[in-house]
Ligand binder design. Structure first.
Ligand code: SF4
Ligand code: FES
Length: 248
């Protein structure tokens, strides 16, 4: 398979950046999208050119490191699929593909397709944890949790912090990410002790980082590789309101 790639190249955070066109051949349908970029990079290195910088780690859809916008869609065209799990069988020989970094004011480009997503880390540091003593391993089985609540908590805990929700949103809102991180604890007894403080601090940090507000476009849910539901945003908003009125 031969492809024409238009890729965002940007030397560093200060560089203006531009789209550069590459031809790449020898791509087989079983390759992942990142393996296709590996082939391009080998070609560039052979030609003494600078390889394209992009983020990746596990390549198994679990770490959230990979972050690319393919033909305008964060993580590409396949539903609930990270870019590292997207296979080239979804493209055709001769296709033209546009590859850009995740775009958002709070995610500045570091180089080429790599953006700085440390804003997410700071939101987590503001309250995305349980500091109450939850006991030893046997205690986990001693606290009854309904199947409904356990399932809900697990659904929200599936968020891998990739940032596609931000990149897809016209407001660059981080509401789906923060809602997932708030909701995963809101359904568990261990999360109750810091529930109010958590939502107030995480939302305050989200605003501080420069993410926009939610205007119910649902683009975030549409691109989320883990199928996180916008129902979490409603839960977070309810918790935020309650906490604003009652937390001292
Ligand atoms: S909510 Fe979905 S799209 Fe957003 S960071 Fe989590 S996994 Fe990624
Ligand atoms: S590289 Fe880990 S989720 Fe894609």
């Amino acid at each position: 398979m031969k492809l024409t790639l238009h890729i965002w190249r940007q030397k560093n955070a200060r560089d203006k950046g531009r789209m550069v066109t590459y031809q790449v051949g020898g791509i087989v349908e079983d390759m992942s999208f990142l393996e296709m970029l590996d082939v391009l990079n080998e070609q560039l290195i052979t030609n003494n050119e600078e390889p394209v910088a992009f983020d990746h780690d596990c390549r198994e859809g679990i770490c959230g490191a990979c972050a690319l916008t393919v033909n305008g869609i964060p993580h590409g065209p396949e539903k609930e699929t990270t870019i590292c799990q997207l296979h080239m069988r979804h493209f055709k020989d001769g296709d033209t593909i546009y590859i850009e970094p995740f775009r958002a004011r709070a995610f500045p480009v570091i180089k080429d397709l790599v953006v700085d997503r440390s804003a997410f880390d700071r939101i987590m540091a503001a309250g995305g944890f349980v500091s109450a003593n939850t006991g030893g391993v046997p205690d986990a089985n001693a606290i009854p949790i309904s199947k409904f609540n356990a399932d809900k908590a697990m659904d929200f805990a599936a968020c891998i912090g990739c940032g596609a929700c931000v990149a897809s949103c016209k407001n660059a809102s981080a509401m789906l990410f923060v809602a997932a991180k708030v909701s995963q604890y809101a359904y568990l007894p261990q999360g109750q002790a810091e529930r109010k403080r958590r939502v107030l601090r995480m939302v305050a940090q989200m605003d501080k980082e420069g993410f926009g507000g939610c205007t119910n476009q649902y683009e975030c849910e549409a691109v989320c590789p883990k199928g996180i539901s916008v129902a979490g945003i409603a839960l977070m908003n309810r918790d935020f309101l309650k906490a604003s009125l009652t937390e001292e």
